[in-house]
Design a binder for this molecule. Structure first.
Ligand SMILES: [Zn+2]
Ligand SMILES: [Zn+2]
Length: 406
């Protein structure tokens, strides 16, 4: 569509004209990061920007969510583009002049860039609105890091107009600049968190026979749980069971009465309750067996923190085509998935969706720190790619719909 209505060269030229302003906006958001559901300043700036664009109607959703609908009165399908706006409780340690001015809060996951990128895409989409045969819903979502997508959906973001497809991009430092990662199926992990209390009977380390030791049982559970992935679940279905906290005991010669463990289970497939793999149920079985073997009691609480992001294959194809057109080089479009979690899962579970990665890792620009690190930064040159991807995805989606109707 862009090739007919708006030549690629013209599109890139327009992005180039808006680039400096986009980077300035991103740096401004970076300087004043806000935690989830507190994105008051950020959302006000977004709201004002969208409100000034032709053909876009703006509405507020739960807490600080802002949604602009382009071509609200036009018939045709509705495609949703999502950006997240929240920062993290991290004390920034970079030396960039635009480092965070809010103590203990930092944009360490590139959501500042996502917001600025979608604002710029909104400007260009507004200019191209007559060439778009349907509606575009521009969603600026709060609190991604703690599941804000669910709140937006509960508040009706997928209705009025009803959303037919959804897309989101994440700038991604583990992928090099100049590369785009897109893949059908599961691309971001599901995660369950657990808390386990093993109780025994406290006593003297010189008289272990008169106590019931929970420490040795804890050690066996930590070891045995690792066999869930290596002996019980298809090796091609990544599962990571991590014990991240262990607490028990008061002194070196006292057997404690209990030990508390906490951790997470991540899986790159639909591994929730009811699934064949169901790692949570397997963990419970191992804990139960070992506690019984060693005369301990236990309490195990498992909580589903996020569901996996599962991309629709047709929507992944739409993004793949957009990515090849954007980079002009098929070899730079790779399959990529991550064991991190992402609340876009809530959208992907309800409408055909694709969540994809724009590489922003560049050692020369020191943008190769992991996400959530205190020295995290992005390669700002890749923001252009983000804008072009949003635009091409929209046009490619409508092209896909048109072809399907023929
Ligand atoms: Zn994050
Ligand atoms: Zn993120």
């Amino acid at each position: 569509m862009i090739a007919t209505g708006t030549p690629a060269k013209k599109l890139r030229q327009r992005i180039g004209e808006l680039e400096a302003q986009m980077i300035e906006r991103r740096r401004d958001f970076h300087m004043y990061p806000e935690l989830g559901f507190d994105e008051d300043r950020t959302s006000r700036i977004v709201e004002e920007h969208l409100g000034g664009l032709e053909g876009i109607t703006v509405r507020r959703y739960t807490h600080t969510g802002i949604v602009g609908v382009l071509n609200a009165d036009k018939p045709g399908p509705t495609v949703l583009l999502r950006a997240d706006m929240d920062a993290l409780p991290v004390q920034e340690e970079t030396e960039v002049p635009y480092r965070s001015r809010n103590d203990g809060v930092m944009h360490a996951c590139a959501h500042d860039a996502h917001t600025a990128i979608l604002m710029t895409a909104a400007t260009i989409l507004s200019e191209l609105r007559d060439e778009i045969p349907g509606k575009v819903k521009l969603v600026f979502q709060p609190n991604e890091e703690v599941g804000g997508a669910e709140d937006m959906i509960a508040d009706g973001v997928l209705e009025d107009p009803v959303v037919d497809a959804a897309f989101a991009v994440h700038l991604w430092t583990p992928l090099p600049s100049g590369v785009i990662g897109v893949k059908a199926g599961c691309v971001m992990a599901g995660m369950d968190v657990f808390k386990l209390i093993i109780t025994g009977l406290g006593g003297h380390t010189g008289y272990p026979e008169s106590a019931i030791d929970p420490v040795i049982t804890a050690a066996e559970i930590i070891q045995s749980a690792q066999t869930i992935q290596t002996r019980e679940i298809d090796l091609m279905k990544p599962t990571a069971i991590m014990f991240a906290k262990i607490q028990g005991g008061t002194k070196n010669n006292i057997i404690p009465g209990s030990v508390e463990l906490e951790g997470s289970m991540r899986y790159l497939y639909d591994g929730g309750p009811g699934s064949v793999e169901n790692p949570g149920q397997r963990l419970d079985r191992i804990v139960r067996g070992l506690c019984e073997a060693h005369r301990n009691q236990y309490e195990l609480e498992i909580e589903r923190e996020n569901t996996p992001v599962i991309n629709d294959s047709a929507m992944a194809r739409v993004v793949y085509t957009a990515a090849v057109d954007t980079l002009g080089d098929r070899t730079k479009v790779v399959e990529h998935a991550s064991m991190a979690g992402e609340d876009f899962a809530s959208f992907a579970a309800r409408v055909p969706s694709c969540f994809y990665f724009v590489g922003t890792g560049n050692p020369q620009k020191r943008s190769d720190y992991p996400h959530h690190n205190a020295r995290f930064n992005i390669d700002e040159d890749t923001m252009r790619t983000g804008v072009e991807m949003h635009l091409r995805t929209v046009f490619q989606y409508f092209e896909y719909r048109r072809k399907r109707q023929q």
